[in-house]
Design a protein around this ligand. Structure first.
Ligand SMILES: Cc1ncc(C[n+]2csc(CCOP(=O)(O)OP(=O)(O)O)c2C)c(N)n1
Ligand SMILES: [Mg+2]
Length: 578
């Protein structure tokens, strides 16, 4: 076969049915084969969008997300999105055609060294150094993406699509991940059995392992409350009696209160990233003296940030099941004062719900001033209305911004693969394109992207992809006329010396309509729920809708106070900037 055929056949063998990208001569010989191979090519507006879509697709489906583009600028446009996929642990395969091998280094057209650029944001890089190695290296790239749980690069000099090779198309490698070593599982079970106040922290690993059932069984056996890690609100069902909600930025005070009391914490499928456990609401909640059991499939994250008493290198689901069966035979110390513990947990949960119910607006002086007399909605009230109207089985992606982060308190899910935060790369412009990818992977589920107006400016171009390709998504755009999250730093640290944070916006609803989508401007609280439900229903008719939420300029707690310092100026010229 030809190398193009070998590449496409390998994709077929790996189960690829959708590829996101922008057309380019570099790989046209392979692209030409996609329809006959049963692969849908989804052309996007920008390659960053294509790679975010591949990420969302992978996160929603658990399968590879694939993106491809033109050598040089098409590929450098992938960079931000591949970095985001890296921190989302997404098995994205970025196929990166490169300058032809006979002209590398001559400074011809669209040339840049493509391997160094991605070296720190991929788990594996395959470079097709000879056309005859196409099948071998393509298969390895696809396998490594899943084995190492992250993006990989398949770099192909453009001349390597041509020629002939004799090859076998490899079947994908499937590995069964185990629960971890039996000695560490024994130790962990013993610690849990002896715990008076065990708390489980479910992370992204539980979602990736489809392990909610196992986490529930273990939590019920221990009668242990469950928190979810930052931006993994879908790692435990919110309707469960032991659910306490998410930790981290704008997370659940109930979860923080409960984990603060733990004597043993079982972190299930979590790297315990430093940002996700920072103090919140002026409460440094992490229980420093508690014993920590950390379970993760990636050995490199074990003990990286927090010092564990027991480390288990295993699959979150398998490890939970193994711990569950070990606990069956043990006396559980936590059973002694079960009722009293349940009462405390119940109290923490209801106190937080009550606080949220009464927390209609931000109460700091600046927020009060800017929202006084405003005809616009308070963001928190709007988020509560969205929560109440959320359709069953919805998928929600969230961008980086003040309102998107406050949403963390109001996003609750019953099933995994439902929440798609911009994770630790934290790039504005993530939510909308990644949700387009989610919708391609799960067309029957309502698809929503929460996006601030600043981030919307970076990403709304992909409305055209929704319209052209009939991929119906609902974008909920929080129009507060500002890059709010950064403006909050001006308020807290720079005496309101605002610079580059106020936004002059067009009517985003009108822009959406001009682009062929539906668009409405929502100014009243009573319209939030009905408009969300209508937009989600319209997805069934193939319609993409932009709901432009008119909200006040008030701002919640900032991302982090710990990383900024009060300005100090030494030169007289700049003294006014203190
Ligand atoms: C690509 C990128 N550029 C800049 C930033 C810095 N940044 C973080 S939050 C933020 C403001 C977001 O504003 P908006 O999307 O309007 O949401 P809001 O905070 O107003 O709710 C900015 C600029 C970033 N995270 N990512
Ligand atoms: Mg904004």
């Amino acid at each position: 076969m030809t190398p193009s055929e070998a590449l496409v056949e390998t994709m077929v063998a790996q189960g690829v049915t959708d590829v996101f990208g922008i057309v380019g001569s570099a790989y046209m010989d392979a692209l030409d084969l996609f329809p006959a191979a049963g692969i849908r090519f989804i052309p996007t507006v920008h390659e960053q969008g294509a790679a975010h879509m591949a990420d969302g697709y992978a996160r929603a489906s658990g399968r590879h997300g694939v993106c491809i583009g033109q050598n040089g600028p098409g590929i450098t446009n992938f960079v931000t999105a591949i970095a985001a996929a890296y921190w989302a642990h997404s098995p994205v395969v970025a196929i990166t055609p490169e300058t032809g091998s006979l002209s590398i280094g001559l400074g011809g057209f669209q040339e840049t060294e493509q391997l160094p650029i991605f070296s720190k944001i991929t788990k594996f890089q395959a470079h097709v150094n000879h056309p005859k190695r196409m099948a071998e290296l393509a298969a390895r790239a696809f396998d490594r993406a899943v084995l190492e749980m992250g993006p990989v690069q398949l770099n192909i000099p453009r001349d390597c699509f041509y020629g002939e090779l004799e090859c076998e198309i490899a079947r994908p490698i499937h590995i069964e991940r185990g629960p971890g070593g039996s000695r560490s599982l024994d130790e962990a079970a013993e610690l849990l059995a002896g715990a008076r106040f065990p708390v489980i922290l479910c992370g992204g690993g539980v979602v990736m392992a489809d392990g909610l059932d196992a986490a529930i069984a273990l939590a019920e056996a221990l009668e242990a409350p469950v928190a979810t890690s930052y931006l993994h609100n879908d790692a435990f069902p919110a309707g469960h009696r032991l659910w306490c909600g998410p930790l981290g930025y704008h997370g659940s005070k109930a979860a923080m209160k409960v984990i603060h009391e733990a004597d043993v914490v079982l972190a299930l499928g979590s790297r315990l990233g430093p940002f996700g456990t920072l103090a919140q609401y002026d409460f440094d909640y992490w229980p420093k003296t508690a014993k920590l059991i950390q379970v993760d499939a990636d050995p490199r994250v074990l003990g990286l940030v927090k010092k564990p008493s027991v480390t288990i290198c295993g699959d979150a689901r398998e490890a939970a099941l193994a711990l569950f069966s070990r606990l069956l035979g043990l006396r559980l110390a936590s059973a002694d004062d079960r009722d009293e513990r349940m009462a405390r947990i119940g109290k923490a949960r209801s106190a937080w719900e009550q606080e949220l119910d009464g927390w209609h607006f931000e109460k700091d002086a600046w927020s009060l001033e800017v929202s006084r007399g405003s005809k616009h909605m308070h963001p928190r009230q709007m988020l509560r209305e969205l929560e109440k109207a959320m359709p069953e089985h919805a998928m929600v992606s969230t961008d980086i911004g003040n309102i998107c982060q406050i949403a963390n308190s109001y996003l609750r899910f019953e099933r995994p693969r439902s929440m798609f935060g911009a994770m630790m790369f934290g790039n504005c412009g993530y939510a909308f394109p990644s949700m387009i990818g989610c919708k391609v992977a799960a067309p029957d589920r309502p698809a929503l992207a929460y996006v601030g107006d600043g981030a919307w400016g970076m990403s709304f171009g992909e409305i055209l992809t929704c319209v052209r390709e009939q991929i119906p998504v609902t974008a909920v755009v929080f129009n507060n006329g500002q890059w709010g999250a950064e403006k909050k730093n001006h308020v807290d640290f720079y005496s309101n010396r605002f610079l580059g944070v106020n936004l002059e916006n067009p009517s985003f609803a009108a822009v959406a309509r001009a682009m062929g989508a539906e668009g409405s401007t929502i100014a009243n609280l009573s319209d939030v729920g009905p408009s969300l439900r209508a937009a989600c229903a319209a997805q069934r008719e193939g319609k993409t809708t932009v709901l432009e939420m008119m909200v006040t300029r008030e701002l919640g707690d900032p991302f982090r106070r710990d990383a900024l310092q009060k300005p100090k100026r030494l030169l007289q010229k700049y003294k006014a900037c203190e």
